[in-house]
Design a protein around this ligand. Structure first.
Ligand code: DAH
Length: 339
């Protein structure tokens, strides 16, 4: 019996020494001194011993138990200390380290232009309209008086989802949707993404942004269009900006024009931004074709309208002096934070 106790003691001491964490140490304690621990069971089994042996063995077991208990308490302190030291080593705070301040972003140049244009037109009583980017060919083309054999409908220019559904190639379909769903007077602009099957280069991208404008009311004429665009150009590009119209063709307007603005960098003398022309091509526009009004349920004998559409990237590039459109999409903060 004495040898057994001695053996248990040696084993326990060894295990206490080897314990590497508090959990293991607790397991050792339970294994020897717990309710069903080896020492506890020995005490319980003492009934089979002689009267003389009992106190001797009992005292011995208790002594071993006390000794183990104090070894465990010691070991526990040691493990806790080691844990704290480890934490101090790994979680040390370097007060000289640069603080990781949150960087605040800014509006993308394209969004800045859209916001600015919206502000200008809201100030003139326009509303902002929206339409789907995945659009029915009927809205993108047919209702806008663009016949089936028109080159813009070619798969080389437009992304087709099915024969009848396209990624809108212009924001003009929003015109048709608004006219169908509301009654004149209508005064809207619609900014948004458009898609064309173009290869990426410094002035082209398969996705870009346009802003469309539409006014429908009684007695709306080319003069209203010109006055509106002039006002817009002065507010957006500077009060000395002049505007000129060149005849053009769009299926959805008659007459149609392209509008140029005097170069807001050189004032018309000729510079790098206007390619020495003195003028910068700004947008397409015209008086809404009667077929378009009729296609959208508006009586063209009572109402007339004007419309225009322009590319946001072109304005952003001219205004901010950006010479490669791709910079606008790469989202390099070194570029973006300049604006
Ligand atoms: N949708 C034309 C384009 O993408 C731009 C345009 C021209 C819009 C004339 C109009 C307009 O509303 O009247 O090139």
């Amino acid at each position: 019996m004495k040898e057994q106790i001695q053996q248990i003691k040696e084993n326990a001491i060894k295990e206490i020494k080897l314990a590497e964490d508090l959990k293991t140490l607790e397991d050792v304690r339970v294994k020897y001194s717990g309710k069903k621990g080896e020492l506890t069971l020995l005490l319980r089994g003492m009934g089979s011993l002689s009267k003389e042996e009992r106190p001797v063995i009992g005292a011995m077991v208790n002594e071993v138990r006390d000794e183990l208990e104090s070894l465990i308490v010691e070991k526990e302190k040691e493990l806790k200390r080691a844990e704290i030291e480890k934490k101090l080593l790994t979680e040390n705070i370097d007060v000289t380290m640069k603080s990781n301040r949150q960087k605040i972003g800014s509006l993308h140049p394209i969004m800045q232009i859209i916001d600015e244009v919206e502000e200008i037109f809201l100030g003139m009583g326009y509303q902002i309209a929206d339409g789907p980017e995945v659009e029915k060919a009927i809205y993108n083309f047919d209702k806008l008086n663009t016949p089936k054999d028109h080159p813009a409908r070619d798969v080389q220019d437009t992304f087709y989802i099915t024969d009848d559904i396209v990624l809108r190639s212009q924001t003009s379909p929003v015109q048709a949707r608004v006219m169908e769903n509301s009654k004149p007077p209508i005064k809207i602009i619609c900014p948004g993404k458009v898609y064309r099957s173009d290869a990426v280069d410094p002035t082209h991208s398969p996705v870009f942004h346009q802003i469309e404008g539409l006014v429908v009311d009684k007695n709306i004429s080319m003069a209203d269009l010109k006055g509106t665009l002039e006002m817009f150009a002065k507010k957006c590009l500077g009060k000395n900006t002049k505007i000129r119209f060149r005849p053009h063709h769009f299926p959805f307007t008659e007459p149609s024009a392209e509008a140029d603005v005097s170069c807001f960098v050189c004032g018309g003398k000729g510079c790098r931004v206007c390619k020495n022309e003195g003028w910068i091509e700004l947008l397409g526009c015209g008086v809404v074709h009667p077929n378009v009004l009729e296609n959208c349920g508006i009586d063209s004998k009572i109402y007339s309208g004007f419309a225009f559409g322009f590319g946001v990237e072109r304005i952003a590039m001219a205004k901010f002096g950006i010479d490669d459109m791709r910079l606008l999409y790469e989202n390099d903060v070194r570029f973006l934070k300049q604006f």
